[in-house]
Design a protein around this ligand. Structure first.
Ligand SMILES: [Zn+2]
Ligand SMILES: [Zn+2]
Length: 167
């Protein structure tokens, strides 16, 4: 059975489909991945380039070094890919998948740059987005009702046509 994954950027201008396996799922702490993700690490898995189909828009690229370019959405900035151009495999960001929990990281790379408090993160006090009662519920409702984030599934058209066309 061929596995299929779909994903895309936050705004939905770029959508992709993976017709095949996600290989070597991992997180990378290296300083280049930290910068490219704007985060402590990047989560990635490899895809044979012939199995990656960009179904909407196009990926924009930043040449982070001569052999490697980093793919993102130029409309919303979501990091989408790392492409070592001479290789037959491209790496896609796992957080951009429609089902990010469908593949689990199996390795860490770039641990020389791993933040020293990394292992303490899961122990931080936590709440859900709905909050612990101190969050402004009306504000959360406004975010829910006016989100411009693409939903976690494929769509026929995007952005959706709304009454009045004010989108
Ligand atoms: Zn976007
Ligand atoms: Zn890295």
């Amino acid at each position: 059975m061929i596995k299929m994954h779909s994903g895309g950027c936050q705004c939905g201008a770029v959508r992709y489909r993976i017709n095949g396996e996600l290989m070597r799922p991992h997180i990378c702490h290296c300083r280049m991945c930290q910068k490219a993700a704007g985060n402590y690490f990047m989560s990635l898995a490899g895809v044979a380039k012939e199995n990656l189909e960009v179904t909407r828009g196009e990926i924009s690229w930043f040449l982070s070094s001569d052999p490697v370019r980093r793919g993102f959405c130029s409309a919303c900035g979501t990091p989408l890919a790392i492409d070592t151009m001479a290789e037959p495999v491209i790496h896609m960001t796992l957080g951009s998948l429609d089902n990010p929990d469908s593949v689990h990281p199996e390795r860490q790379y770039g641990i020389e740059a791993r933040v020293p408090f990394f292992d303490k993160l899961p122990a931080l006090p936590g709440t859900t987005t709905e909050g612990d009662g101190e969050e402004d519920q009306a504000f959360l409702e406004q975010i829910r009702d006016t989100t411009h984030q693409h939903p976690d599934h494929e769509t026929e058209t995007w952005p959706p046509v709304t009454k009045g066309g004010a989108w």
